[in-house]
Design a protein around this ligand. Structure first.
Ligand SMILES: Cc1cc2nc3c(=O)[nH]c(=O)nc-3n(C[C@H](O)[C@H](O)[C@H](O)COP(=O)(O)OP(=O)(O)OC[C@H]3O[C@@H](n4cnc5c(N)ncnc54)[C@H](O)[C@@H]3O)c2cc1C
Length: 436
């Protein structure tokens, strides 16, 4: 690898450079916003947009306040890998604390969330390159293969989520790499273009009469009687309901939530355009991909089939593309040595939010509604949780979820700055390199 390969990229998410779609949202200037609304949504990503649509369709007046541009957060920056996201750590942890029934109900609902989003996209005719192409997960160490099989068998007892075993011998039919020791196909998973999805949701929200305001950072929310005063850069709004949909970008204005979340920077790179034969060699069936590493990497072909998009953790503080592009390029070429001379055209990052119990949370805190903590798997879940949070605001019976009673806990002396992360990342990196 020459340093030239990784130093000439754009820092813009690849998705926003996709010339096949132009963002055509007419946002409302801050000075023109109403000063009173039924509901204010804080955050213009999947969670906020999905909630805004649901509330507006129920007849509420809704204002969505976004601190930057719409989709500025993770929702226009992610890998677009779509699946039910059964986190092993979440499942194991929940089972220990709440027992098997609780685990089963959250697993069932996770699959329901995934199906719900696929149906929603299709019913609303949102052009976001949705492809139900399946996902291949490679065993990154010989001992991991048995775990994949065991996990798939356990899941199949609870939900209709089939998985197909692929031996090391046959894996070249799924992935052009010798780095795996067999793996598993999840045929139901999919991929999409996240910025197009966000754009499609924004257009629906606008059609439904939601006021969408950009550069309107919320600084303070105060409850007086039965209503809230929402102070933001540019004014204040009096609202009956407030939904906090800020996930990995939750800041000091919402300290009680911030101290329950672990913000982590996640990064992606996109290669230069490659010959079709190379993309097909990497991903013969143009699926989503990942491995079983602790510091997980995920990758997929771009929707036009011309590039490989590769994502993983970002090291260092702040957005440091020179650090994470090198790390991701190294990671990519460890799996695919044939890409070592390939140049990167894009490198970007965004914030995700982990929780201490590895499951997302939805509910009310200080009388405000919230939905967040998707632990890096939020394409399906954020959209669904936004929808459910809106139903909870509407006080609808169907708004209940199996996640409602899971207590959203922080840790003593933790205030939202995860000082312990660099050490944990280093440890996982060390363990991965030894296949532990
Ligand atoms: C690089 C990367 C790759 C990922 N890949 C995948 C993937 O392949 N599959 C998957 O399922 N998930 C993936 N994720 C996770 C997924 O993108 C997120 O879980 C999901 O987008 C969260 O949506 P959200 O609407 O809750 O939050 P966000 O989209 O992050 O939106 C929160 C918004 O709140 C705004 N905000 C914050 N504070 C304020 C305030 N005070 N006032 C006003 N606005 C505020 C922010 O500006 C931001 O726009 C990835 C994330 C990243 C960063």
């Amino acid at each position: 690898m020459t340093s030239r390969n990784i130093s000439t990229y754009s820092n813009l998410p690849y998705w926003l450079s996709d010339s096949s779609f132009v963002q055509t949202i007419n946002t409302t200037p801050r000075y023109a916003l109403p000063t009173k609304a039924d509901a204010v949504i804080v955050g213009g990503g999947f969670t906020g947009m999905s909630a805004a649509i649901t509330l507006a369709r129920a007849g509420l007046s809704v204002i969505l306040l976004e601190g930057g541009r719409l989709g500025e957060g993770a929702s226009s920056r992610n890998g677009g890998l779509l699946g039910p996201s059964f986190s092993k750590l979440g499942v194991d942890g929940l089972e220990k604390t709440y027992g098997r029934d609780k685990v089963h109900s959250t697993i069932k609902e996770s699959l329901h969330a995934f199906n719900w989003l696929v149906d929603f996209i299709q019913q609303e005719n949102i052009d976001c390159d949705l492809s139900l192409c399946g996902r291949f997960r490679g065993a990154s160490h010989p001992s991991h293969y048995a775990g994949l099989v065991e996990q798939a068998e356990a899941l199949l007892k609870v939900v209709d989520f089939p998985a197909i075993e692929v031996s090391k011998q046959d894996q070249h039919q799924e992935v052009g790499s010798e780095a795996y020791y067999g793996g598993m196909i999840y045929p139901k998973d999919g991929t999409l273009q996240p910025a197009k999805l966000l754009s499609g949701l924004s257009q629906i929200a606008q059609r439904e009469g939601v006021f969408l305001a950009e550069h309107s950072m919320v600084r303070h929310v105060q409850k007086a009687g039965s209503r809230f005063t929402v102070k933001f850069d540019g004014g204040e709004i009096n609202a009956a309901h407030v939904l906090i949909a800020t996930n990995g970008y939750t800041g000091r204005s919402f300290r009680p939530l911030k101290r329950r979340l672990i913000p982590i920077r996640s990064a992606m790179v996109a290669t230069e355009e490659l010959p079709e034969s190379v993309v097909r060699e990497i991903s013969p069936n143009l699926r989503g991909h990942g491995g079983t590493e602790r510091l997980v990497a995920y990758y997929r072909p771009s929707p036009d089939g011309k590039r490989i998009l590769f994502g993983g953790r970002a090291f260092g503080s702040g957005d440091q593309p020179q650090l994470y592009s090198r790390y991701l390029h190294d990671f990519m070429t460890r799996i695919f040595p044939q890409l070592s001379h390939v140049k990167l055209d894009y490198a970007w990052s965004g914030m995700i939010a982990y929780t201490f119990d590895h499951v997302p949370h939805i509910g009310q805190l200080d009388s405000m509604n919230y939905a967040m903590g998707y632990c890096g798997s939020g394409v399906g879940r954020a959209n669904y949780f936004g929808y459910k949070a809106a139903q909870q605001i509407l006080n609808l019976e169907e708004g209940k979820t199996s996640f409602d009673e899971l207590p959203f806990k922080g840790r003593p002396l933790y205030y939202g700055k995860p000082w312990f992360l660099p050490a944990i990342m280093k440890w996982h990196d060390f363990a991965d390199r030894r296949g532990w």
